[in-house]
Design a protein around this ligand. Structure first.
Ligand code: P6P
Length: 339
């Protein structure tokens, strides 16, 4: 019989035992995200055809105009998780406060919380550039049987039990980790099935791609300016190239397959950085570290930051291990030379 790639469903069943606590709840969360991703994918692909792109008018907590697809994706991911009654709480970039999942038979007994950016890079939607969903899963720390609390969400990234992203691009992929490596699944839209297309993804230790919005160059910390100049120097014919899509999931996905570094440093416009620690930096960092890469705030491991607020931001240096190390060296050197 002809060998075919494993489906996501088969992969989840096969790896069920490896999931932490292997209660089946985590598998059901990934299955829930799988369904929501297919529904959102359908709308993202149709966005150009129906009146669903363009700002929905409301603004989210970040003060950003909510694109209609933002709102739609947020509702799909949240509702799918609530309908399946598998988590006790949900936090989203699009919701000011976290959601306590009540459900019919008391979701307070559930063990996991999910945090997400339902449609990252949404400003790219109406110019037909790829966008993504990012999710992060933690085991609650408040007592099972009680309503979820803010502390269940304000955990450092090292406590994550799973993290992943969906990239809606030339093809739609679901890439995730449960702490046992990183695997990528590509959607066959004809039959609505995700197939294992990128098993055990390894982040190249080195690369020639640096991804940063150089329009902010004059506002960057000196260490970042020095690193960018290092990448551009010809002294040993380093063939660096600058690639920046303006969509976190797309930039990191490309760099993870080819090698590269993504930087979103502090700047005068974003004194704490722009990216959100809990549902952008930490899940991407978990994936990148599991694939052999590195993720920091320029000085310290990003997943060891103790969060204080649900929507707090952090500077983000993420990618090929040796490239992030080099950028951190420039940051430390610049910090030392200040004194
Ligand atoms: P800038 C999208 O809004 C996002 O959060 C990331 O997906 C992306 O990498 C970054 O912001 C782009 O920000 O300031 O360069 O447009």
């Amino acid at each position: 019989m002809e060998e075919r790639n494993k489906t996501l469903g088969e992969f989840i069943i096969e790896n069920q035992a490896a999931f932490q606590y292997s209660s089946g709840e985590l598998s059901r969360i990934i299955n829930s995200i799988r369904l929501a991703a297919k529904v959102v994918n359908y709308k993202v692909n149709k966005a150009g055809l129906v009146d669903i792109i363009g700002a929905a008018g409301a603004q989210n907590i970040q003060g950003e105009d909510q694109q209609k697809l933002d709102v739609y994706a947020n509702e799909i991911f949240i509702q799918t998780l609530i309908n399946r009654e598998i988590v006790c709480g949900i936090a989203s970039e699009e919701n000011d406060e976290y959601i306590t999942v009540e459900g019919n038979d008391n979701c307070h007994n559930n063990k996991y919380v999910v945090l997400m950016d339902p449609l990252d890079g949404s400003s790219n939607i109406d110019v037909n550039v790829s966008v993504g969903t990012i999710f992060s899963v933690y085991r609650r720390i408040s007592p099972v049987g009680t309503p979820v609390t803010i502390e269940d969400f304000l955990q450092p990234g090292i406590n994550q039990v799973a993290a992943g992203y969906v990239i809606y691009s030339t093809s739609t992929m679901l890439v995730y980790t449960t702490g046992h490596g990183v695997n990528g699944f590509t959607l066959n839209p004809a039959i609505g099935t995700f197939y294992l297309s990128h098993p055990n993804i390894q982040f190249p230790k080195n690369g020639i791609i640096y991804s940063v919005n150089e329009g902010n160059y004059v506002h960057f910390p000196q260490g970042v300016k020095d690193y960018i100049k290092y990448c551009q120097l010809e002294e040993d014919e380093r063939p660096y190239t600058s690639r920046y899509i303006g969509s976190l999931v797309s930039d990191i996905h490309r760099n993870m397959l080819k090698g590269g570094i993504y930087l979103y440093p502090t700047s005068s416009k974003s004194p704490k950085g722009k990216l959100r620690l809990l549902y952008e930096c930490n899940p991407m960092a978990f994936i990148v570290e599991q694939a052999g890469g590195k993720a920091s705030d320029g000085l310290n491991r990003i997943m060891e930051i103790e969060p204080k607020e649900l929507h707090e931001r952090a500077p983000f240096f993420c990618g090929s291990y040796n490239m992030v190390e080099k950028a951190e060296d420039f940051m430390r050197l610049a910090k030392l030379s200040k004194y």
